[in-house]
Design a protein around this ligand. Structure first.
Ligand SMILES: *[C@@H]1O[C@H](CO)[C@@H](O)[C@H](O)[C@H]1NC(C)=O
Ligand SMILES: *[C@@H]1O[C@H](CO)[C@@H](O)[C@H](O)[C@H]1NC(C)=O
Ligand SMILES: *[C@@H]1O[C@H](CO)[C@@H](O)[C@H](O)[C@H]1NC(C)=O
Ligand SMILES: *[C@@H]1O[C@H](CO)[C@@H](O)[C@H](O)[C@H]1NC(C)=O
Ligand SMILES: *[C@@H]1O[C@H](CO)[C@@H](O)[C@H](O)[C@H]1NC(C)=O
Ligand SMILES: *[C@@H]1O[C@H](CO)[C@@H](O)[C@H](O)[C@H]1NC(C)=O
Ligand SMILES: *[C@@H]1O[C@H](CO)[C@@H](O)[C@H](O)[C@H]1NC(C)=O
Ligand SMILES: *[C@@H]1O[C@H](CO)[C@@H](O)[C@H](O)[C@H]1NC(C)=O
Length: 902
C-alpha cells in the first residue's frame, strides 16, 4: 500500500548503521536457574502489571531464566536482560497498528525491579504505563547499557537520575500515540552519559531545555541523535562541534526557523540527515556537499529558497534526496547528478524547479522513486525516463506535460506501484499505456487531464489496483464491464478501494461488474451521462463509504437499496431521475456526513434523522416532491451546518427546537470522526482542486433553506439562537405572525429571505445590527410601519426588498412615515430597478430578486470546493498523502525504529 512509499532504502541501511548496537545474545544461556531474589523481584513486578493478553503467562515456573522476555547470564546466572516490548506489529490499511492496545502491558512499575542489579538491558517500549512518571530508581540500575522506554505512555518530567547510568549506550525515551509525553527543563543529566551512542527523545517537549545542544555536544561517542518533534526552536549560528561521531541525525518536526547553520559540515561521518518539517529558511548551504558519507538528505517542508547548489553533486553516496515543499527555484542541470550513481529516491515535488533535462540525457542512477510534482518537467514526456527501469513510484502531477501518454511508458514501468500524473494536459487515449504490463500497480492517478477515448477493458486485470482516479477528463463510451469469461475466473480488481470517474462523458448504464469490487469504499461517477437503473448487486459492497452519482440520468428502483451500506458517509444522487418514495431506512445510515438527494423527484416524507447521526453535517433534499412535516428529530443533529428542504411540498410548522442544532448555535467543530474520515479527506483534498469559486467554503458555511414549501405558523424565536447562520431562507411559504424581535442576534447572517409569506407587524429595529447582511428580502408580506434605518442596512437599501408590503413606510420607500410613527398605508409606486451587487457571493442575481430562490447558492460547487480551509495543507498530489494521515507517519517512524532496535 501507499502508506510508506519507498522507505525501503532507509530501512535497509539503518540496519547496517545500527547493527553494532544489537545486543549480545551470546551471553544468554537457558540452562541456568535463576536467583531466588531476582525471581521474587520479577514476581512482585509482575503483580503490579495489568497483562490483558496474558503474555507473561510463562512467569510461573521455578526457573525465571526461562520466562518470556527474561534472559540470564551464563557466567553469573543473573538476570541481565528484560525485554517486555509490546510484540504487536501488524498495521491496518491506514498504517495504524492493530492490536497494540490489547497486547500492551499496563499498571504500575514496582520498585522491586531495582533488585535486578545486574540488568544491562531493559525494554518496556510500546506499552501503556499511561500518565506515570519514569521511576527514579531506574537511575540505580548502574549496569544498564540499553534502556528503551519509548512509546510506553510515560508522562511528566524525565528524572535526572538517569544521568547516573554511566554505562548507558542506548537510550530511547521517545513518545508517540498521544498517550503522554515527557518534558525536561534541561539536558545536563544527558551530558553525563559519556558512553552514549544512541539517543532518541523524539515526541517529547524539550522546549524549555535551552541547553540541549551544549549538553549533547559533550557526548563525543554519540552516533545517532533523534529529536523529532521536540519543540526545539533554535540552532545557533556557530558551534564548536564535539560530537563528530554522529552518523544519524533527525531534527525533523521542530520549529527551527534559522538558516541551516554552517557547522553541520563538521559531522563528517553523517550518513542520515533530516531537517524536514521545520521553518528553515535561506539557501541549502554549499558546505553540505562536504558530507561525503551522506546517504539520505531530507529537507522537506521548510522555507528553503534559492537554487540547488552544485555541491550536492559531490555526495556520491547519496541514495535519498528529499527536498519537497520548499521555495527552491532555478534550473536543475544534468551535471548536478553526474556523481550521484547511487541515487534511488528523488523527491523535488512542490518547488519551482525547472527539470526540463536534455532529452538525450542518460542519468547515472536508477531511480525507484521520482517525485517532481509541481516542478516544470516540460511540454513533452521526459525522455530520460526511458533509461529508468526500476521505478516504483512516479509522482509527476502538475508538471505541465502536454503530451500523449508515451507508448514506451508501460515498458519501463514494469515494477511500478504508483503513478500520479494528475493535472497535466495529457491527451489521447489511456490505452496508449498497456496496463497489463504493470501488474504491481496500486494507484493510478490521471485526473485533471484531457484524456479522451474510452476506458480500457484491461483495467479489470489489475489485481493490485486500490485507487483509480480518472476524474475530470474527456473519457467517453461506457464503463467497461467484465466479459462473462473473465468473470468466471475469480474476483477482478479485488483490491480497488477508491474509484473515481466523475466529470467525464461516460454514457450507458452502470455495469454489474462493479459488484466484483468487494473492497470498494469510494465510488464517484457523478457528472457523466450515465443512464438506466443501479445494479442491485452493488448491495454486496458493504464497505462503501461514499456513493456519488450526481448529475447523471439514473433513475428508479432504489427502494431500501442504499440502506445496505452501513458505512456510508457520503450519498450524492443530485440531479438524476429518481422518483420513488424516499426510503425511511435512510435513518439507519448513522455514519452519514453528507446527504444530497436534491433535484430529483423523490416523494414521501423526510426520514427522522436524529441523535444517532453524530457526523451528519449536510442535508440537501431541495427540489423534490417531499411531503409531510419537518421531523423534530432533525433538531438533534449536533453537527448539522447545512439544511435545505427548499422547493418541496413540506407542510406544518417550523419545529420550535431548531436551537438544538448545536453546530449552528456554537459553531462547534464537527466531531472528530468528521476529520479523520478518509471520505471527507478525499473530498476536501482532492475535489478541491477544480472548483475554487468561493473563498468561503461550505465547511464554514451555515445555512437553512426551507423556501418554497407549504410551511405555516410563525417563525420560531428559537431560530434566532442559531448565531452561526449565514443564510436563512424561509420565503414562499405561508408563514404568519411577526419577525422575531431579536432577529438581530443572528450576527453572522449574510442573507435573509422571508419574502412571499403572510408575515405581519413591524420590522424589528434589531435587524439593523446585522453587520454582514448583504441580501435581504422581505417583499410580499403584510409588514407595516417604518423601515428601520441604519448604516448597515444601507447596502441592501432598496425598494424591492420591501415591495408588496403596503403598509411599510420610510426610506428607501418614497412613502414618508408620519412623524408619530403611525402605521399608515404606504401606497407609493415602486418602480426603481435594483442594481447588481458585484460583491455578493450569495445573491449573484440582480437585486430585484434580492435573495434568489435558486441557482446561485450552488451547494455542489460549494461542497466540492473543499470542506476545509481548516485543513490548510494544499493539494500536493497523492504522493504527499503522508501529510494527511498522521498515523501513516507514525507507522513510518515505527518502521524505522523497529529496524534500528531489532
Ligand atoms: C542442564 O540442565 C539439565 C537438567 O535440566 C542438567 O542435567 C544438565 O547437567 C545441565 N547442564 C549444565 C551445563 O548445567
Ligand atoms: C516551560 O517553562 C514554563 C515557564 O517556567 C512553564 O510554564 C512550562 O510549563 C514549561 N513547559 C514544559 C513543557 O515543561
Ligand atoms: C567535548 O567533549 C568533552 C568530553 O567528551 C568535554 O570535556 C568538552 O568540554 C566538550 N567540548 C565542548 C565544547 O563541549
Ligand atoms: C524565529 O522565531 C522567533 C519566535 O519564535 C522570532 O522571534 C524570530 O524572529 C524568528 N526568526 C526568523 C528568521 O523568522
Ligand atoms: C564528480 O566527481 C569528480 C571526481 O571525484 C569530481 O572531479 C567532480 O567535480 C564531481 N562532480 C560534481 C558535480 O561534483
Ligand atoms: C434499521 O436497522 C435495524 C437493525 O439494524 C432494523 O431492524 C430495521 O428494520 C432498520 N430500519 C429500517 C427502516 O430499515
Ligand atoms: C494544476 O497545474 C497547474 C500548473 O500547470 C497549476 O498552476 C495549478 O495550480 C494546478 N492545479 C492544482 C489544483 O493543483
Ligand atoms: C393615525 O393617522 C391617521 C390618519 O393620519 C389618524 O386618523 C389616526 O388617528 C392616527 N392614529 C394614531 C394612533 O395616532
Amino acid at each position: 500500500m501507499a502508506s510508506a512509499p519507498a522507505f525501503a532504502p532507509l530501512i535497509l541501511w539503518t540496519l547496517l548503521v545500527f547493527q553494532s548496537f544489537e545486543f549480545g545474545h551470546s551471553e544468554a544461556f537457558t540452562n541456568v536457574s535463576c536467583f531466588g531474589t531476582e525471581r521474587e523481584a520479577l514476581l512482585k513486578f509482575r503483580q503490579g502489571l495489568i497483562d490483558q493478553s496474558k503474555r507473561l503467562s510463562s512467569w510461573t515456573s521455578k526457573d525465571c531464566c526461562e520466562w518470556k522476555g527474561v534472559e540470564c547470564s551464563k557466567k553469573t546466572g543473573h538476570v541481565f536482560k528484560l525485554d517486555l516490548r509490546n510484540p504487536c506489529s501488524e498495521t491496518d490499511r491506514y498504517g495504524d497498528i492493530i492490536g497494540w492496545d490489547q497486547s500492551s502491558l499496563a499498571g504500575k512499575i514496582h520498585a522491586s525491579l531495582a533488585e535486578l542489579k545486574h540488568l544491562k538491558y531493559l525494554n518496556l517500549s510500546l506499552n501503556k504505563f499511561s500518565k506515570q512518571k519514569i521511576p527514579q530508581f531506574f537511575g540505580t540500575l548502574q549496569r544498564l547499557e540499553h534502556l528503551d522506554l519509548s512509546s510506553a505512555g510515560f508522562d511528566g518530567n524525565i528524572p535526572h537520575h538517569l544521568g547516573n547510568l554511566s554505562n548507558l549506550q542506548y537510550l530511547d525515551l521517545a513518545s508517540s500515540f498521544g498517550e503522554g509525553y515527557l518534558t525536561t527543563d534541561n539536558l545536563q543529566w544527558v551530558s553525563k552519559l559519556s558512553s552514549l551512542k544512541y539517543l532518541r527523545l523524539s515526541g517529547n517537549d524539550l522546549g524549555n531545555a535551552t541547553d540541549w545542544l551544549s549538553s549533547i555536544n559533550m557526548l563525543s561517542s554519540l552516533e545517532s541523535l533523534q529529536l523529532r518533534g521536540c519543540s526545539l526552536e533554535k540552532l545557533p549560528h556557530s558551534l564548536s562541534v564535539n560530537f563528530t561521531s554522529l552518523r544519524f541525525l533527525d531534527l525533523s518536526g521542530n520549529s527551527i526557523n534559522s538558516t541551516i547553520p554552517p557547522w553541520f559540515y563538521n559531522f563528517s561521518k553523517l550518513e542520515y540527515l533530516s531537517l524536514s518539517g521545520n521553518s528553515l529558511s535561506g539557501p541549502i548551504p554549499v558546505s553540505l556537499g562536504e558530507l561525503s558519507f551522506l546517504r539520505e538528505l531530507r529537507l522537506r517542508d521548510n522555507k528553503l529558497s534559492g537554487n540547488i547548489p552544485g555541491s550536492i553533486g559531490r555526495l556520491s553516496n547519496l541514495e535519498v534526496l528529499v527536498i519537497t515543499n520548499n521555495f527552491l527555484n532555478g534550473v536543475v542541470s544534468e551535471s548536478h547528478f553526474a556523481n550521484l550513481t547511487s541515487l534511488t529516491h528523488l523527491d523535488f515535488s512542490s518547488n519551482e524547479l525547472d527539470l526540463s533535462f536534455d532529452p538525450a540525457w542518460v542519468p547515472p542512477f536508477q531511480l525507484q522513486y521520482i517525485g517532481v510534482t509541481d516542478c516544470y518537467v516540460g511540454p513533452k514526456f521526459p525522455l530520460w525516463l526511458q533509461t529508468q527501469r526500476n521505478i516504483s513510484y512516479l509522482c509527476m502531477a502538475n508538471a505541465r506535460i502536454s503530451d500523449e501518454l508515451p507508448n514506451w511508458l508501460s515498458d519501463i514501468l514494469l515494477n511500478v506501484e504508483y503513478i500520479d500524473l494528475t493535472n497535466n494536459t495529457l491527451k489521447g487515449p489511456i490505452s496508449r499505456m498497456d496496463l497489463n504490463k504493470m501488474p504491481l500497480l496500486g494507484l493510478l492517478g490521471l485526473a485533471d487531464n484531457n484524456l479522451s477515448g474510452s476506458i480500457p477493458n484491461s483495467l479489470w486485470a489489475m489485481e493490485n489496483l486500490y485507487l483509480l482516479d480518472l476524474a475530470r477528463n474527456q473519457l467517453s463510451g461506457t464503463i467497461p464491464s467484465l466479459s462473462p469469461i473473465s468473470r468466471m475466473d475469480g474476483n477482478k480488481m479485488p483490491r480497488l478501494i477508491y474509484f473515481y470517474l466523475q466529470d467525464n462523458n461516460l454514457s450507458g448504464s452502470i455495469p454489474n461488474s462493479l459488484c466484483a469490487m468487494e473492497n470498494l469504499a469510494h465510488l464517484d461517477l457523478s457528472k457523466n451521462q450515465l443512464s438506466g437503473t443501479l445494479p442491485l448487486c452493488l448491495k454486496k459492497l458493504k464497505a462503501l463509504e461514499m456513493i456519488a452519482l450526481g448529475d447523471n440520468r439514473l433513475r428508479g428502483q432504489i427502494t431500501n437499496f442504499f440502506c445496505h451500506f452501513k458505512q456510508l458517509a457520503v450519498l450524492n444522487l443530485h440531479k438524476n431521475g429518481f422518483d420513488e418514495v424516499l426510503p425511511q431506512c435512510l435513518s439507519n445510515l448513522t455514519e452519514l456526513v453528507l446527504l444530497d438527494l436534491s433535484d430529483n423527484d423523490f416523494t414521501g416524507e423526510i426520514p427522522p434523522f436524529g441523535r444517532r447521526f453524530q457526523s451528519l453535517a449536510i442535508i440537501n433534499l431541495e427540489n423534490n416532491s417531499l411531503t409531510g412535516g419537518i421531523p423534530t428529530q432533525l433538531c438533534q443533529l449536533d453537527s448539522l451546518r447545512f439544511l435545505s428542504l427548499a422547493r418541496n411540498n413540506i407542510s406544518g410548522s417550523i419545529p420550535l427546537c431548531f436551537n438544538g442544532l448545536l453546530s449552528m448555535v456554537e459553531g462547534k467543530d464537527p466531531t472528530g470522526s468528521f476529520w479523520y474520515n478518509p471520505t471527507i479527506i478525499y473530498v476536501m483534498v482532492h475535489a478541491k482542486r477544480t472548483t475554487r469559486l468561493y473563498d468561503k467554503t461550505l465547511y464554514f458555511f451555515h445555512s437553512i433553506d426551507l423556501s418554497a414549501n407549504n410551511l405555516n405558523g410563525e417563525i420560531p424565536k428559537e431560530l434566532t439562537r442559531l448565531v452561526q447562520l449565514q443564510n436563512l431562507n424561509l420565503s414562499q411559504n405561508n408563514l404568519s405572525g411577526k419577525i422575531p424581535s431579536n432577529i438581530g442576534d443572528l450576527k453572522n447572517l449574510e442573507s435573509l429571505d422571508l419574502s412571499n409569506n403572510g408575515i405581519s407587524g413591524r420590522i424589528p429595529p434589531s435587524i439593523s445590527s446585522l453587520d454582514f447582511l448583504s441580501c435581504l428580502n422581505l417583499s410580499f408580506n403584510n409588514l407595516s410601519g417604518p423601515i428601520p434605518s441604519s448604516s448597515h442596512l444601507r447596502t441592501v437599501d432598496n425598494e424591492s426588498v420591501y415591495r408588496g408590503n403596503d403598509r411599510l413606510c420610510g426610506a428607501p420607500l418614497s412613502k414618508v412615515c408620519p412623524r408619530d410613527g403611525n402605521d399608515t398605508l404606504c401606497g407609493a409606486p415602486l418602480s426603481k430597478v435594483c442594481p447588481r451587487d458585484g460583491n455578493d457571493k450569495l445573491c449573484g442575481a440582480p437585486l430585484s430578486k434580492v435573495c434568489p430562490n435558486e441557482g446561485n447558492l450552488d451547494i455542489h460547487n460549494w461542497f466540492y470546493a473543499g470542506l476545509g480551509p481548516g485543513f490548510a495543507i494544499g493539494f500536493l498530489g497523492f504522493c504527499s498523502a503522508l501529510h494527511f494521515k498522521q498515523s501513516w507517519r507514525i507507522s513510518y517512524f515505527q518502521a524505522i525504529d523497529k529496524i534500528i532496535k531489532s
